[in-house]
Design a protein around this ligand. Structure first.
Ligand code: ASP
Length: 350
């Protein structure tokens, strides 16, 4: 009988020591990165067999260039807000992504841009929808947060505000790329004949690869002061009409940040991200159910979003510098960089 207390103590010691580096308990309490940054350039049916080596290199190089800009800012002690803005601007200026230059076309053959930003310290936020002549929608979203009494501005009014604040205004033709224009033409051609036009959402999915493919950009950063910021910028979905607005400018759907929990940027079929309040739900699960970042992102994307019928993914980062990529599509353009300068750039599932 005297052996019982001994066995019990042994079990306590053994199980007590089981918390290794990847255990949920450590993930919740231990700071793994003093600062960190994570980005995406869209999720969707991105398959190796459809991608040339040259294209793959171009995407990877641009993701690396963008994330390094943000990482350098954070390393020098800059704010997560600045890191998110400057990183996203690199991707907005690249025709590779569906944001800024390279944005997809609406049914009316225009480019209508959406973006949002959230500050995890103050829970302040800014967003813009349907703007057509502001070079950097993410900068406009941040300026709406810092320089107006509002959270969201749209269309013409947003352009007037941007002009008043001295932001760079461009001719709408700046956003034109032949690739996206042709993509719209193909979709319109198919629209006439085929059935996979979704009348409910009025979005016709990318005919290039017979499936949805997205190219929104997003970034989440944690700075040395423990402040998390998140931002997202997009052209929306090809062939959108009637002033359709997706999740990217909706706080809680496309973007969310809270220093108590995490920051999130989403990409995918926006209607589902709005209905699921995807970005906020990840933070809520961490706050109210004490889930780790990994548990929350995986539940929200693999269970909740998938059950709703939505496709896409998120990049997320928590207050301890843990990072998570989570998506239910074949691929997601993505990269992360930790405080040791370790860089990860990926496109496909593995
Ligand atoms: N989420 C965006 C939208 O629905 C599209 C994307 O992520 O590419 O507007």
């Amino acid at each position: 009988m005297r052996k019982v207390p001994f066995i019990v103590s042994l079990l306590i010691i053994l199980f007590g020591c089981r918390t290794d580096k990847s255990s949920p308990e450590k993930e919740k309490t231990e700071k793994v990165n003093e600062f960190a940054i994570i980005i995406h350039g869209g999720a969707g049916t991105i398959l190796k067999k459809n991608m040339s080596d040259k294209k793959e290199t171009e995407y990877k190089e641009k993701l690396e260039e963008a994330i390094k800009v943000g990482h350098t800012i954070l390393k020098k002690g800059g704010t997560s807000q600045e890191a998110v803005m400057k990183t996203i601007q690199i991707m907005e200026e690249s025709p590779l992504f569906n944001a800024g230059k390279g944005a997809v076309f609406t049914h009316e053959e225009t480019n209508e841009l959406d973006a949002s930003f959230m500050d995890g310290k103050t829970l302040n936020a800014g967003a813009v929808a349907g703007v057509m002549n502001v070079k950097s929608p993410i900068e406009l979203a941040i300026t709406i947060m810092t320089d107006s009494d509002h959270v969201m501005l749209s269309g013409k009014g947003a352009s007037i505000f941007a002009k008043e604040k001295g932001l760079e205004i461009v001719d709408p033709s700046y956003f034109y790329t032949e690739r996206r224009f042709q993509s719209l033409q193909r979709i319109k051609e198919k629209e006439k004949t085929e059935l996979d036009y979704d009348a409910k959402t009025a979005v016709f999915y990318d005919s290039d690869i017979k499936n949805a493919k997205f190219g929104t950009v997003g970034c989440v950063a944690l700075d040395k002061n423990g402040n998390i910021a998140a931002g997202t910028s997009t052209g929306g979905m090809t062939n959108k009409r009637w002033g359709r607005i997706g999740d990217a400018p909706i706080i809680g759907s496309g973007t969310y940040a809270n220093n108590k929990t995490c920051g999130v940027s989403s990409t995918g079929w926006g209607e589902y991200f709005i209905r699921g309040q995807i970005a906020y739900d990840i933070s809520a699960q961490m706050e109210y159910q004490q889930k780790t970042l990994k548990e929350a992102t995986s539940d929200v994307i693999q269970n909740k979003l998938t059950k709703l019928g939505g496709t896409g993914g998120v990049v997320a980062l928590d207050k301890n510098g843990n990072m998570s990529f989570e998506f239910n599509t074949a691929g997601m353009y993505r990269a992360s960089m930790n405080d040791k300068g370790e860089l990860l750039v990926k496109i496909y599932k593995e």
